[in-house]
Ligand binder design. Structure first.
Ligand SMILES: *Cc1c(COP(=O)(O)O)cnc(C)c1O
Length: 339
């Protein structure tokens, strides 16, 4: 890739390249051959508990530093992984961080929210708002900071600007080096930058996105970002997207996601989260059942992180704990042969 004077410097935040690990037992459980399935461990990006937002934040923070920013401002849901990793990036780079989160204070601090506090971020509660209203609340906070003499860098929801999506152009290149024969990369779609970056390198036919319910029109969101990256139009209809894993909405645990999380954990010791990576795995299973993913082809699940979010999701934790007490090993049994 050529770089010109307008190409900002990347900040160094993560640990690269992330591993690509074979998942033979998970592949077998899905009726695939043992070497058909691997997991790209972008949950192991290093900083702040890891996750996909680190790749985007390297570019976004590089530009913010070049612009003389003193404060990173971003917005999201209370359990936003992106907000938590922005807080960690600010700590690493010596920048203040203000997180504008949907909701109100008082709910018990857990998961990502607790980590935000540990990283020293300031949280501004925007009330029960989403989308456009949350974005304008973040703009107002940035304006107030400017009045106080700070230089804020306003980072969009999920870090999904065209600049941020460059981080996943690099991930796509890493994948091609690690698995030149890859047929399909399965990825959770939230704000869309992760899928867009991968599509830029791998083309739309090799990336299967699983919509998580975070945006209204995922095909348009991803196609706009992908078009911005390549400079040529990426048709929304050309994208491979599954819209069938949202269930009752973004924050809600579905049975198929619980089953997918359980399968990955039982067969490979891999922890997925209920909002993003569990949906990606559930979409991968559904695609296998539908014959869209077939034996003999190389499939990669992009593990995009989210572990702290699991610890901020009481419904999933309750199900996991219920599975533990029903496990049987510690249940008292009668003497062998005398039932
Ligand atoms: C944000 C996020 C995603 C989705 O990435 P986008 O680029 O926003 O589509 C997937 N997985 C996890 C764990 C995330 O935090």
């Amino acid at each position: 890739m050529t770089s010109d004077d307008r190409t900002p410097q990347r900040a160094t935040l993560g640990t690269w390249p992330t591993p690509l690990e074979p998942m033979p037992r998970l592949a077998g459980a899905l009726g695939l051959n043992p070497d058909d399935l691997s997991v790209k461990r972008d949950d192991l990006t290093g900083l702040g508990g890891g996750g996909n937002k680190i790749r985007k934040l390297e570019w976004i923070c590089g530009a913010a530093l070049a612009d003389g920013a003193t404060t990173l401002v971003t917005s999201g849901a209370p359990q936003s992984n992106h907000a938590r990793l922005t807080a960690a990036a600010g700590a690493r780079l010596g920048l203040d961080v203000v997180l504008v989160l949907a909701g109100s204070p008082g709910s018990s601090a857990s998961g990502n929210l607790a980590l935000n506090g540990l990283f020293g971020a300031t949280v501004v509660w925007a009330g029960d708002v989403g989308g456009e209203a949350l974005r304008s609340a973040a703009e107002q906070v940035a304006e107030q900071l400017r009045h106080r003499g700070a230089v804020p860098a306003l980072i969009p929801f999920g870090g999904s600007s065209v600049l941020g999506a460059r981080g996943y152009v690099e991930c796509g290149r890493e994948l091609l080096a690690q698995a030149p024969d890859l047929a399909t990369v399965v990825v959770a779609v939230g704000s869309g930058g992760t899928m867009a970056g991968l599509v830029d390198v791998l083309g739309p036919a090799r990336v299967l996105g699983v919509h998580c319910g975070a945006v209204g029109d995922p095909a348009r969101t991803v196609s706009e970002l992908a078009s911005g990256l390549s400079g040529t139009h990426c048709a929304p209809e050309a994208l491979r997207l599954r819209l069938d894993q949202v269930g009752d909405g973004y924050g809600a645990l579905t049975e198929r996601v619980m089953a997918a999380m359980t399968l990955a954990a039982h067969t490979e010791g891999i922890v997925l989260d209920p909002v993003y990576t569990g949906r990606a795995m559930a979409g991968l299973i559904a695609a296998t059942e539908a014959g869209d993913i077939v034996p003999g082809q190389r499939t990669i699940l992009l593990h995009s992180g989210g572990l702290p979010g699991l610890f901020g999701h009481p419904a999933t934790l309750a199900r996991a704990e219920a599975a533990l007490t029903a496990g049987g090993l510690v249940r008292p049994r009668g003497p062998v042969g005398r039932e």
